[in-house]
Design a protein around this ligand. Structure first.
Ligand code: BEZ
Ligand code: FE
Length: 288
C-alpha cells in the first residue's frame, strides 16, 4: 500500500500480517495496534509527546537490572498487572493479587507455628488459617510461600542490612490444611519511585504508597497456584494502593489480643508478654 493515510493506516497494518500469522498473534497485535493508533488520533499526539513516550521506555530499559524491574513496575502502576490477574482469576478461589518484584525463591522451610519476626521490633502478628479446596475440604500438603518487608519498609532484596531470606518462609501444611506463623505487623511502603515510573507517578499527581500487606504464594498439586496478599482493614492506603492490588476478600481485621491468649504450640509460645495482633485468613484454591 502506497497511499497510506491517517485514517487507513490501521487497516494497512493488518494487511501487512501474513496469512500464516498465528491467529492469537493476529488478534493481539491487531487489537494492540488499533488501540495505539486510536490513542494517537484521539489525543492528536505530538512529536514531542511521542518522543517523551519513547524516552520513558528507554529510561525503563536503562534502569532495568536483575533486581530492578521497571517495566513490570510500569505495568503495575498502570493497573495492567492487576487487570490481567483479575481477568484470569478463578471466581471460586481466593482473589489473586500482584506478585511484585521482591519475592525471593528458595526460602528456608518455616515450620507450622514458626516465627519470621526474629529480633525485629514492632507489634507481633499471629497469622493463621486453613488452605481449602472450593468445597471447603482442607488441602493436605499445600505449600505456602510467605514474604513481607522488614519494619523499615524494605524487602530483603532491597536492603543490605537483611539476609536475603529475612521475612521469607516456606511452610508445608499437614492433613488439616492449617498454617500458622508469627511475624512483625507489616508496614506501608513505597514502590521504587527514583526512576521513570516515579516520574510518571509525580506527573500524574500520584503517590507511590502501597498499604501494608503479607504476600502469599499458595501451591498444591492439582490446584491452580494462587499469588495473593492480605491487607489489614485499618490501613490508610487501602483505597489508594498505587498498584491496584486490594480486593474485598483480602482485607482482614487484625484483632488485638492479650498476651495470655497467645496459643500453645507456637515457636513464640510462653515468650509473648505484650498484646499481640491476630488474623485468621483461610485460602481457597481452585482445581487446575
Ligand atoms: C510488592 O507488593 O512487593 C510490589 C508490588 C508491585 C510493585 C512493587 C512492589
Ligand atoms: Fe509487597
Amino acid at each position: 500500500m502506497r497511499s497510506v493515510t491517517k485514517d487507513n493506516i490501521t487497516d494497512v497494518f493488518m494487511g501487512y500480517l501474513s496469512k500464516d500469522t498465528d491467529p492469537r498473534m493476529r488478534e493481539i497485535m491487531g487489537t494492540l495496534v488499533k488501540h495505539l493508533h486510536d490513542f494517537a488520533r484521539e489525543t492528536n499526539l505530538t512529536h514531542d509527546e511521542w518522543r517523551a513516550g519513547i524516552a520513558f521506555l528507554e529510561g525503563c530499559a536503562a534502569v532495568e537490572t536483575e533486581d530492578r524491574h521497571e517495566f513490570v513496575l510500569a505495568s503495575d502502576v498502570l493497573g495492567l498487572s492487576s487487570l490481567v490477574d483479575m481477568l484470569h482469576s478463578s471466581p471460586d478461589a481466593t482473589s489473586s493479587s500482584v506478585l511484585g518484584p521482591f519475592h525471593v525463591s528458595g526460602a528456608p522451610p518455616l515450620p507450622i507455628g514458626g516465627d519470621m519476626k526474629r529480633n525485629y521490633g514492632g507489634p507481633v502478628l499471629l497469622a493463621e488459617g486453613v488452605i481449602r479446596d472450593t468445597k471447603g475440604n482442607p488441602i493436605a500438603g499445600a505449600e505456602l510461600d510467605i514474604w513481607q518487608t522488614a519494619p523499615n519498609g524494605l524487602y530483603a532484596s532491597q536492603d543490605e542490612e537483611q539476609d536475603i531470606y529475612s521475612f521469607h518462609g516456606l511452610m508445608t501444611v499437614g492433613s488439616d490444611g492449617r498454617y500458622a506463623f508469627t511475624t512483625v505487623k507489616p508496614v506501608e511502603y513505597t514502590v521504587p519511585s527514583d526512576g521513570p515510573v516515579g516520574d510518571i507517578l509525580r506527573a500524574c499527581g500520584r503517590h507511590p504508597w502501597r498499604p501494608s500487606h503479607l504476600h502469599y504464594i499458595v501451591k498444591a498439586p492439582g490446584y491452580r497456584t494462587l499469588v495473593t496478599e492480605i491487607f489489614p482493614d485499618d490501613d490508610p492506603y487501602l483505597d489508594e494502593d498505587t498498584v491496584f492490588g486490594v480486593r474485598d476478600d483480602l482485607v482482614m481485621t487484625y484483632v488485638e489480643r492479650p498476651a495470655s491468649e497467645f496459643p500453645d504450640g507456637m515457636e513464640l509460645s510462653g515468650k509473648i508478654t505484650e498484646p499481640f495482633l491476630h488474623v485468621n485468613f483461610d485460602v481457597t484454591l481452585a482445581k487446575d
